[in-house]
Ligand binder design. Structure first.
Ligand code: UN1
Length: 495
């Protein structure tokens, strides 16, 4: 029997007011329905926000280290259920089991980071300019925050947002991605078992236009944290910005790996295979451009073509499989459309370029790992995010041109340089306009305690990972305590 999942609102598992449901389908095998989920409405969102508002004051009074212990317990429960979570995650969104185990581990690491941070969240004490007066800053929570997450990191990204939001003392309304609501549900179950009180976390399943927009527009939401496409991010920013809500956006990328003529080519090859075709290219940090020095271009392309054509596609539950399906039919059509555009633009398609079919691949939505050479800035396959296993190769003459090409997009998330020259590495670290730069490593694979996010149109300047979200999910409060017993005036000329 297919499990009928529910929303979690005001401390209860419940169906949507709409009475409607949607299916969560395995992209590697469309006959496998992971579950059915409520198609929620703005009324459901409203109930969730009200519950979160009511729970807020009490939760904000709970000492931060006590909140942190709950996050620690959630981390322990994630450890216990890691394999089960990874299996369901692979079923609902397709990435290979080693990656879904990694996604779960990232959630565990983020829980333990929150546990540690709950005993810091430092303010400052600063000398006063007046005698017998004490100045300090503390952090205070924002209130009810809305969290909207993507399907490609179904556990890790929700944990990046919920653990800091809760540790800071906020209450949460969480809209799961429609392609990965099962993992979101398990995460909420774990938070409850760990001791998150009734009303503090609310889960509402359903689409962006109903649930997402109702959340963004709701009067009682103090902040929105969103990871997803730039198009949706811009809409959220203008709607929420109009109401002066705080917004954290982590959006698209068009990340490049540069390989210089002095690079260790075997290492660079491993890097680009993982960066471009890991997660089937469906990461905002995926390597979707490869910038090759002309001296090694032809040799590297030969190596790349040979290695890419050996990648094993299939159902990610099979431990031998390296590349899973793409998330759904719409995504596959979009990827295929970009391949047609690339051909029309005059790039050379040297590998792939078609849906991957035959045998078990026919059960799902697979796409062949695809490589274009002869790509130049200005082509749409160079400039636009494709979010699939399509790699565009650009030839370059030197490092400064390579960096100029790398920077020639509207995005600025991740970047990578393979070189053995320390001067080249430092020039790249200085001149690349991205939030993340790897030297001799691929563009993917952030560590949870390091700032994560991008420059330019990749976001609006916030960072996830590490301490950044603790700043985002709290407000600075400045406190003055005057113990002089008389009126002391600052901003008056006392001298
Ligand atoms: C995303 O794809 O939306 O560093 C973010 C990385 C991953 C990216 C997750 N943590 O590659």
């Amino acid at each position: 029997m297919t499990r009928a999942y529910q929303n979690y609102i005001a401390g209860e598992w419940c169906d949507s007011d709409s009475g409607r449901r949607f299916d969560n389908v395995n992209p590697a095998d469309h006959s496998d329905i992971v579950g059915t989920f409520p198609k929620s409405t703005s009324q459901d969102v409203d109930r969730a926000v009200r519950a979160a508002s009511e729970a807020f004051y009490q939760w904000s009074l709970t000492p931060a280290p006590v909140r942190g212990e709950i996050m620690k317990k959630a981390g322990d429960l994630l450890v216990e259920r890691k394999e089960e979570i990874a299996q369901v995650m692979t079923r609902e969104m397709g990435k290979v089991i080693a990656e879904t185990r990694g996604d779960t581990q990232e959630g565990i690491d983020t829980a333990y980071y929150a546990f540690g941070e709950s005993r810091r969240m430092f303010g400052r004490t600063v000398p006063s300019e007046l005698p017998n007066k004490y100045n300090m800053t503390t952090r205070m929570p924002l209130g009810v925050v809305g969290v909207i997450t993507p399907w490609n990191f179904p556990l890790a990204i929700p944990t990046w947002k919920l653990f800091p939001a809760l540790t800071c003392g906020n209450t949460v309304v969480f809209k799961s991605a429609t392609d990965t609501p099962a993992t979101a549900t398990t995460f909420v179950e774990i938070l409850l078992e760990a001791g998150v009180p009734s009303g503090v976390v609310n889960l509402v399943h359903g689409g962006g236009s109903e649930v997402g927009e109702a959340l963004v527009d709701h009067q009682d939401i103090a902040a929105i944290s969103f990871t997803g496409s730039s198009a949706v991010g811009k809409r959220i920013h203008s709607r929420a910005g109009g109401e002066l809500k705080r917004v954290s956006l982590e959006l698209g990328g068009k990340n490049a790996q540069i390989v210089m003529d002095d690079a260790d080519l075997d290492l660079a090859l491993e890097g680009v295979l993982w960066g471009a075709f890991g997660t089937t290219g469906q990461r905002c940090t995926a390597t979707s451009r490869l910038i090759l020095h002309k001296k090694i271009h032809d040799r590297f392309i030969e190596m790349l073509e040979a290695a890419t054509s050996k990648l094993r596609l299939g159902n990610g539950l099979d431990e031998e499989v390296q590349v899973g399906p793409v998330i759904n039919l719409g995504a596959r059509e979009n990827i295929h459309e970009y391949v047609q555009i690339g051909k029309k633009e005059g790039a050379q398609l040297i590998l792939g370029g078609e849906p991957a079919t035959g045998g078990d691949l026919d059960k799902g939505t697979f796409y062949q790992p695809t490589i274009f050479t002869g790509v130049i800035p200005g082509m749409r396959i160079h400039d636009e995010e494709i979010f699939g296993p399509v790699l565009s190769v650009i030839e370059t003459v030197d490092l400064s041109e390579a960096i100029a090409i790398l920077n020639a997009t509207q995005y600025g998330l991740s970047s990578s340089l393979y070189t053995q020259r320390i001067d080249a590495a430092f020039v790249a670290m200085r001149d690349i306009e991205c939030g993340i730069t790897y030297i001799n490593g691929p563009t993917i694979g952030a560590e949870c305690h390091m700032p994560f996010g991008g420059a330019k149109n990749t976001g609006n300047g916030h960072r996830e990972g590490g301490y950044g979200p603790y700043d985002f999910f709290s407000e600075t409060k400045t406190i003055y305590v005057d113990y002089s017993g008389k009126l002391q005036r600052a901003q008056i000329d006392n001298r």
